[in-house]
Design a protein around this ligand. Sequence first.
Ligand SMILES: [Zn+2]
Length: 259
Amino acid sequence: MVEAPYLGMEHQSAIAYGNEFKQGYLGTMVPKEFDFDYIILHETAHEYFGNSVSCTDLGDMWIHESFATYMEALYIEFYYGKEASQRYLNSQLGFIKNIEPIFGPYGVNYEAKTSDQYYKGSWMLHSLRNTIENDTVWFTILREFYNKFKISHANRDDFIDIVNEYTKSDYTAFIHQYLRWEVPPEMEYKSEFKDNATFLSFRWNCYERAFSMPIEFSLDGKKVKMQSNTEWKTVQFPKKYKEIKPIVENRYFKVKKNN
Ligand SMILES: [Zn+2]
């Protein structure tokens, strides 16, 4: 690591450092409760994803930035705990723009206009982890992706193949909805009370027709978890609820209430 007159860069063989030994990103961007130096953490993460596992083409620059940004959250989870890590991730939500896909075109030295490959990409990984719901499998995926492609190159399909192999499931549509399209999945729902029952209808509004992800609803504070895909599904509950809403916690998506 070499002190430099600019903020920082993950140059292979010598990370440039210019954060003036301040908290966060020159004293900003990162919530004050986290006293670490963002540049040291982020650029060091690039020694794994970026400088060792390098993207085959700049259209997959997210492999550097999404993983390095998610590794910040994993560092916090390790040293400060899971709740602190969730607060850190929540602080990134405001930076997500959803105006361009994270997957860029190949062969054109692609450069993204937004920082979605950092924050939204990090949230895609967090959403994927919380959909897989098995940290043994999740960390095996991260390690295997690293070990298979270290000191080498990887592209989007290499990562998807590893995820599908270790989950024994097909997460292609899931990853594509977050990275191939500009908009994240949207939970669309409506509810109706008739014949002494509540009818709750919901679906994932997505470009990827094969997308699926579980959804949790709060029914007057009571949590109910259900599987959901892009087809409307109606579930019946034998009572009336004052407030019905999807729980948005550890997965990233938009919400749309009909009626
Ligand atoms: Zn970076």
